[in-house]
Design a binder for this molecule. Structure first.
Ligand SMILES: *Cc1c(COP(=O)(O)O)cnc(C)c1O
Length: 221
């Protein structure tokens, strides 16, 4: 039977995830779609919420603090994730506001997050971000630092649920996604935050549990 053509960007992205999952013998529901709403106004977010989207991501703490309290007052069931680099001096604000942090990448941030968690009496699940392409100027810990960082986070009561990466731009991402999956397996971590608007199919096929999609849902920035 023919499937009806997707009528909205959200349906289109869901269909892309479903097709990629099916090819790799996975269930679409194993993949959490994180709608990245950075730079987008509250109206665009509310529109997606009205279509059923429940998990969102922002890359800056301050922008999220400006936009999200009003949205969450009306939609307390919506989850908010931080996907961008986190400065240690914003760790407390981040723990207060976010349900998940995808960008834990250094020892000093572990210390700051642990202190914020203790002060606020709240634990926030985290992904460790890995600089998977070993690029200068790119967020994420070096592959060789991962075991130490994970051990330190766990010793300080940070709940590490998986690994996150942003592969190098302009080249085939599959080897980097496969490497992140291997590193997670070696570390005993289950979840993988990988895949964006242009490469989410590859990420789903290589085991992503969370895809972070902005432009394909909201239009280009
Ligand atoms: C902006 C952003 C995304 C979404 O990228 P798109 O190409 O718009 O889908 C995903 N992850 C991170 C860390 C981002 O900053």
């Amino acid at each position: 039977m023919e499937q009806a053509a997707p009528s909205s960007p959200l349906e289109h992205v869901r269909a892309r995830i479903a097709t990629a999952a099916k090819i790799s013998r996975r269930q679409a529901k194993e993949v959490t779609l994180v709608a990245i709403s950075k730079t987008k106004p509250a109206e665009a977010i509310l529109d997606l919420i009205s279509q059923g989207q429940r998990v969102f991501g922002e890359n800056r703490v301050q922008e999220a603090q400006e936009k999200w309290p009003a949205i969450r007052a009306v939609h307390p069931d919506v989850e908010l994730h931080l996907v961008g680099q986190l400065q240690s001096n914003k760790a407390e604000n981040a723990v207060a506001l976010f349900d998940c942090i995808h960008s834990l990448d250094r020892s000093s941030l572990i210390v700051a997050l642990a202190a914020a968690q203790a002060k606020l009496g709240k634990r926030v699940p985290c992904f460790i971000q890995v600089n998977i392409g070993n690029e200068d100027q790119k967020g994420g810990c070096a592959v060789s630092d991962l075991p130490d960082l994970l051990g330190k986070a766990q010793a300080m009561d940070i709940e590490v649920i998986g690994l996150m990466c942003v592969p190098p731009a302009g080249i085939e991402p599959a080897p980097f996604f496969a490497l992140l999956d291997k590193l997670a397996n070696d570390s005993g971590l289950e979840r993988l935050s990988m895949g964006m608007s242009d490469d989410l199919e590859t990420a789903v096929q290589l085991g992503a549990s969370h895809v972070r999609v902005g432009a394909a849902l909201f239009g280009s920035r």
